[in-house]
Design a protein around this ligand. Structure first.
Ligand SMILES: [Ca+2]
Length: 326
């Protein structure tokens, strides 16, 4: 998504950062300097034109202060709401520079430096709901394979470092006592060691595909939800992460792998639903190569829940689903 407004380069720059704008798909025209006061801006006219043979539209907004904002962006369908709405929101972000952070939620993000595989990340103005074909697993079938839906066929696995960290049960099968009164959930228990960089802890997760080197196209979804709780004596600090084409070694891209896009969570003793959008997950700071700006939903490899070193853990998850926009 590109946006630029001549006459206020600082403002355009700030917005460019917020929406991941790229100079290759932006344009601007103006016949005079813009006023720095947001209250001076009003939309005078708008023109939205589809660009033939592309998935883009060209939106031109004439505002007071004699500034024309020209916007090239994806079709309304791709972002899940109308171009007019998105433009209005972007414009609001532009006019109220203090609200730049609010712009990020509607942004697309391009991989830094043209990183291979970096792609669009959308989020939802009206919230999310489980996708009709979004169930990853509810564990009620008692097996160790995720639900075979929408091309997914992977199996659950555990991981732990070689410095003494543990995880069970073995075999790693669903345990009785699911969320919302259901029969089964996936439970991982163990203890992680304290030490140097090789003491990275333990966790469990699933690859979407059994095929080696397989990447799963989840671009029709916007995130993942799940329910989770921890046992009474467990750490509450859990990291949920999504491995993709740029972070998982199976995809053959990363030089420093395993820094998946994720979110650090506090999980309580009561079942609670977490909704994690692709637009909000981030790599951990300071390591990993490459380090693109966002996860690539079109090329996912895995999801997992991890416990860092020096913890006792008893983590339960259930009802794991892909999300779409409402
Ligand atoms: Ca269940």
């Amino acid at each position: 998504m590109g946006l630029a407004a001549a006459g206020s380069s600082a403002a355009a720059g700030a917005l460019g950062d917020a929406v991941g704008a790229d100079s290759g798909d932006t344009a601007a025209s103006a016949d005079g300097p813009a006023s720095g006061r947001a209250s001076n801006f009003r939309i005078r006219s708008a023109q939205i034109t589809p660009r033939p043979k592309t998935r883009l539209v060209r939106a031109s907004y004439q505002v007071t202060g004699r500034v024309t904002i020209v916007f090239f962006g994806p079709t309304a369908h791709r972002l899940g709401y109308s171009v007019a709405e998105s433009m209005s929101r972007l414009l609001s972000c532009f006019l109220v520079l203090g609200g730049v952070s609010a712009c990020i939620g509607v942004s697309q993000t391009r991989g830094a430096g043209g990183t291979p595989g970096a792609a669009d990340v959308a989020s939802c103005r009206l919230g999310t709901r489980p996708a009709d074909d979004g169930l990853i697993d509810d564990f009620e079938d008692e097996n160790t394979q995720l639900n075979v839906i929408a091309g997914r066929d992977g199996y659950w696995w555990t991981k732990h470092d070689e410095k003494g960290s543990t995880i069970g049960p073995d075999p790693f099968i669903p345990s009785e006592g699911g969320a919302d009164g259901s029969g089964l959930a996936l439970r991982g228990t163990g203890k992680t060691s304290i030490g140097g960089p090789e003491t990275w802890g333990a966790g469990f997760g699933v690859n979407f595909l059994t095929r080696q080197n397989g990447v799963y196209n989840a671009s029709k979804y916007v995130g993942i939800s799940f329910k989770a709780k921890v046992g009474a004596d467990s750490t509450r600090q859990i990291r949920f992460a999504i491995g993709d084409v740029n972070t998982h070694p199976n995809a053959g891209v990363c030089k420093v792998c395993w820094n998946h896009f994720g979110k650090d969570l506090i999980v309580t003793n009561q079942w609670k639903e977490f909704r994690i959008l692709f637009s909000e997950v981030q790599q951990q700071v300071g390591w990993g190569e490459p380090r693109p700006a966002a996860v690539t939903p079109g090329k996912l490899v895995s999801i997992d829940w991890s416990i860092a070193g020096g913890q006792v853990f008893d983590l339960w998850v259930d009802d794991i689903q892909f999300l779409v926009c409402k």
